[in-house]
Every structure is written in structure tokens, then in C-alpha cells.
Design a protein around this ligand. Structure first.
Ligand code: NAD
Length: 473
């Protein structure tokens, strides 16, 4: 086997989603000498990436500018997966790894079907040696399964080296995260070939990431580090949310507590913001993945420890919905509630596991009427998510209870209560006086993101409930 240094000149990324798209667009921008082709089976998604008016399939600040600069120069989007694979010397596998919906480990285990299909496709069509890089978040030792599949199906003369290079970007800040990452993690086998492959990938990142930010570790450590990072971030949110419940019951203020705790340099101030609960495609899925892994390894106490982080999050969402009902005199039947924000966080159009979905479902179950407004989420996506959340309700029924509105002001018209579900900056700037005038009285605001100035709103006349502030009515 050759262990001479590999010079990467052509990259293929399988999966043009929230990770594959921005990540490889930035690689193309920063490495004009490398041809980058992002392939996907989803034709509509690829068409959107290629659209003349740059109506990209995902919303991410700064992304359009990157794609405008690189697309057609050395960045290409295509549905021709086989050609992408054949042309490349390095292939990122950046496909979805959702939680399994049925079968063994349903509700916990990662569904590795997409990773396996992509891996088998690489083996089936590659006619030269490749470096295959796991970009998707996967359970520890998935690279071993990929290697077994590749070795068992490779053509004569084709050799595959596997690397793990998990992605740590956060949606909403993906481009700035990719431009200046806290670290780039590369896991490889500690064999001469594994180390040579690792050097080849390091050379790609060297074009813009300082050498000291590139960490090289063993394959299994790299895979586990991604799950661990997400689990620990989510754990901080669940910890602060657990404390927010105590604040509400005692009169303490979660912002003051978080500030005081975060001043301890051992704790640090980041990720200590109480909220209605975390969402997104990763935190819950990756923790459940860790729970399943722990159970498979006969470590039930470890599994129980991590499971609690997700349970706390579910509790926080339910608790917030209950606060709304309790405060509105114990019934919201027939009452109009404005839900501001549908994305799982600000600056993204992504709705996966968004807290807004479970809040609206709870409000629907209480027979409320719901007005929704989000500045980025497409209306089709909202209907799709609400249908999935209440599979037994016909869509006509859902549409009778829920109205999608063109602005925050419209959403609040004739409502009894406003619920802030996403921390979009524009909700801070709304003309709250105008909102108040248009609402039924008493007019309530429930701030699930600690976004608005509660005192200012109270002066206008609103009755305000903020997560974690012991100042309930
Ligand atoms: P996504 O669903 O947005 O994108 C995945 C894409 O892969 C889809 O467009 C799908 O059509 C495509 N695909 C699936 N199988 C394919 C195949 N065989 N051939 C070609 N295309 C195929 O998912 P995402 O959010 O980009 O996440 C991808 C991975 O990255 C996941 O493992 C996720 O956990 C991880 N991750 C996500 C984030 C995030 O913020 N979204 C951050 C870090 C890591």
C-alpha cells in the first residue's frame, strides 16, 4: 500500500444539507485550487443550490455570498452521485443520521441506513483509491462498519482510508463557525495509511484554519467527541432550565443566577440562557444515540444519566405550555394565541425538533386557535411539521385551528396571548404599543426566550410571564 502523501485536488460531498452544503461551500471558497462537488439524491434540493436567483434550500447568514463567489468556479452541485464519487480523491459522507423510527432501538438508536447506502455506493462505483471522511454524526465505531463494507466491495486496485471529521458548526452561525472554528477534529487509524490520509485532510484545512486548531486523534475518540460535545451543551441547557423552574417557584431570577454562576471561570458564561427548551436536529438525537450506545455497552447508569437531559427538556416544554393555560384562567378553549417564531432558533429556517411545534400541538389539544408567524420558515414546512405532530388529525382540521400570518403584528391581532417561541431579534423591536391595542384584554405575553423587556411591556399594560423569573402574576 502506498503511504506517500496524497494531494487532494477533487472533493466530493455526499449530502447537500445543512452541513454538507455550507461546509463544502466554505472549503471551495477557501481552496480555489480544489474542485468541490456536492451531490445529493434530492433533485429539488440540488436545483435550489443551483438556482439562478440564489434561492438556496437553507437559510444561513452569509451563505449566499459564499455560494455566489464559488459556484461555477470550483463549487458544483449535482444529482450525479456516481460521477461525483468517481472524480474525487476525497469524499465527505454528510448524509442524515436521524433517530430510528421503528425496529430495534426505535426512538433512540441512529438510523444508519443513509450512511450505509452512501458507503456501498462509494464501493460500487469507485474505480480508484479514495479517502472517505465521515462528516455525519454517528455512533462510536461506525467507521469500522464503513471500512468493512468498503473493503468487502471494493474493486481490485482500489483502497479506501477512513477518517472521522465531525462537524461542530451551529445553525444560524454556520458560516462564521466554519470561517473561524474553535477546532477542527480529525480522527484516523494510527496506521501509516491512516496518518497519511489525515495529513491530506489537514492540508485542506491548512488553507484557512490555524494549525493549532486542528486536533488529530484516534477514530473512535473523534466519533465519541462529537456526541459528547452535543450532550454536554444540551446538559447545560437542561441544567439551567431545571433551575428556571426553581426560580419561578421561589422568586429568584434565572438571569441573575446564570450570571452569578457563569462568572466562575470554571463554569463560564456561555450556554446558560434559560428557555422553553432546546430543539434542532442534533441535541436530542445525539444524546439518545449516546443513551442507546450506553445501553448496548451494558452501562445502564450512564444511559439513565444522559436520558435525564432529554427528559428535562421535554418537561420544560410541557411546563411552559401548562403555564400558558394556567395563567389564562385555566382554559384556552376557543382563545386565540399568537406564537411568534417557528424555527428551532433564530437565524435559521430549520424547524427540526422546534419547541414551537410541541407548544402549538399542546395548544391545539386544548382547542385553542393559534396564529403563527416566522420570518424564515416556509409555510409548507409549518403544515408538514404540524401534520407530523398530530398524525391523527386531518390537515383540514389543523388548518381550521392554525393560521399562518404574514407578520408578527398580524399574528397578534385579536389574540389573548403572545407566546415568544424563537429568539428572532425582530420580536424585540415589534411596535408593542400597536400589538397591545389590537389584542383582547387582559393581554398576556409569555416570553419563552427571555427576549423582551418585561418591564417596558408591563408599562404598556401587558401581563408578562418570563421563563425563570419569579414574578408570575
Ligand atoms: P440534512 O438532512 O439537511 O442533509 C442530508 C442530505 O443527505 C439530504 O439532502 C439527503 O437527501 C442526502 N442524502 C441522504 N442519503 C444520500 C445518498 N445515499 N446519496 C446522496 N445524498 C444522500 O442533514 P444535515 O443537517 O446536513 O446533517 C447531516 C449530518 O451532519 C447528520 O449526521 C447530522 O447529525 C450532522 N450534523 C448536523 C448539524 C446541524 O446543525 N444540522 C451539525 C453538525 C453535525
Amino acid at each position: 500500500l502506498s503511504t506517500s502523501p496524497v494531494k487532494v485536488t477533487k472533493i466530493c460531498c455526499i449530502g447537500a444539507g445543512y452541513v454538507g452544503g455550507p461546509t463544502c461551500a466554505v472549503i471551495a471558497l477557501k481552496c480555489p485550487h480544489i474542485q468541490v462537488t456536492i451531490v445529493d439524491l434530492n433533485e429539488a434540493r440540488v436545483d435550489a443550490w443551483n438556482s439562478e436567483d440564489f434561492k438556496l434550500p437553507i437559510y444561513e447568514p452569509g451563505l449566499e455570498e459564499v455560494v455566489r463567489k464559488a459556484r461555477g468556479r470550483n463549487l458544483f452541485f449535482s444529482t450525479d452521485v456516481d460521477k461525483g464519487i468517481q472524480d474525487a480523491d476525497l469524499i465527505f459522507v454528510s448524509v442524515n443520521t436521524p433517530t430510528k423510527k421503528s425496529g430495534v432501538g426505535a426512538g433512540f438508536a441512529a438510523d444508519l441506513n443513509y450512511v450505509e447506502l452512501a458507503t456501498r455506493r462509494i464501493a460500487a462505483v469507485a474505480n480508484s483509491s479514495k479517502i472517505v471522511v465521515e462528516k455525519s454524526t454517528v455512533p462510536c465505531r461506525t467507521a469500522e462498519s464503513m471500512r468493512t463494507i468498503l473493503e468487502a466491495n471494493s474493486k481490485p486496485g482500489c483502497h479506501f482510508d477512513i477518517l472521522s471529521n465531525p462537524e461542530f458548526l451551529a445553525e444560524g452561525t454556520a458560516i462564521s463557525d466554519l470561517f473561524a472554528p474553535d477546532r477542527v477534529l480529525i480522527g484516523s487509524l494510527q496506521t501509516p495509511e491512516g496518518i497519511a490520509a489525515c495529513v491530506a485532510l489537514k492540508d485542506v484545512y491548512k488553507n484557512w484554519v490555524p494549525a493549532e486548531k486542528v486536533l488529530t486523534v484516534g477514530l473512535w475518540s473523534s466519533e465519541l467527541s462529537k456526541l459528547a460535545a452535543n450532550a454536554m451543551l444540551a446538559q447545560r441547557i437542561s441544567s439551567i432550565n431545571a433551575l428556571s423552574a426553581i426560580c419561578e417557584a421561589t422568586g429568584a431570577n434565572i438571569d441573575e443566577v446564570a450570571h452569578a454562576v457563569g462568572k466562575d471561570t470554571r463554569v463560564g458564561p456561555k450556554f446558560l440562557k434559560a428557555s422553553v427548551g432546546f430543539g434542532g436536529s442534533c441535541f436530542q438525537k445525539d444524546i439518545l444515540n449516546l443513551v442507546y450506545l450506553s445501553e448496548s455497552l451494558h452501562l445502564p447508569e450512564v444511559a439513565a444519566y444522559w436520558r435525564q437531559v432529554v427528559e428535562m427538556n421535554e418537561y420544560q416544554k410541557r411546563r411552559f405550555a401548562k403555564t400558558v393555560v394556567d395563567t389564562l384562567f385555566n382554559t384556552i378553549t376557543g382563545k386565540r394565541i399568537a406564537v411568534l417564531g417557528f424555527a428551532f432558533k433564530a437565524d435559521t429556517g430549520d424547524t427540526r425538533e422546534s419547541a414551537a411545534i410541541s407548544l402549538i400541538r399542546d395548544f391545539q389539544d386544548e382547542r385553542a386557535l393559534v396564529n403563527v408567524y416566522d420570518p424564515q420558515v416556509p409555510h409548507d414546512q409549518i403544515w408538514l411539521d404540524l401534520q407530523e405532530a398530530s398524525p391523527r388529525l386531518p390537515i383540514e382540521q389543523i388548518k381550521k385551528q392554525v393560521t399562518i400570518c404574514p407578520s408578527a403584528l398580524e399574528a397578534c391581532r385579536n389574540a389573548e396571548a403572545v407566546v415568544i417561541a424563537t429568539e428572532w431579534a425582530e420580536f424585540r423591536e415589534i411596535d408593542w404599543e400597536a400589538v397591545y391595542k389590537n389584542m383582547n384584554k387582559p393581554a398576556f405575553v409569555f416570553d419563552g426566550r427571555l427576549l423582551v423587556d418585561a418591564e417596558k411591556l408591563r408599562k404598556i399594560g401587558f401581563k408578562v410571564t418570563s421563563i425563570g423569573r419569579g414574578e408570575r402574576l
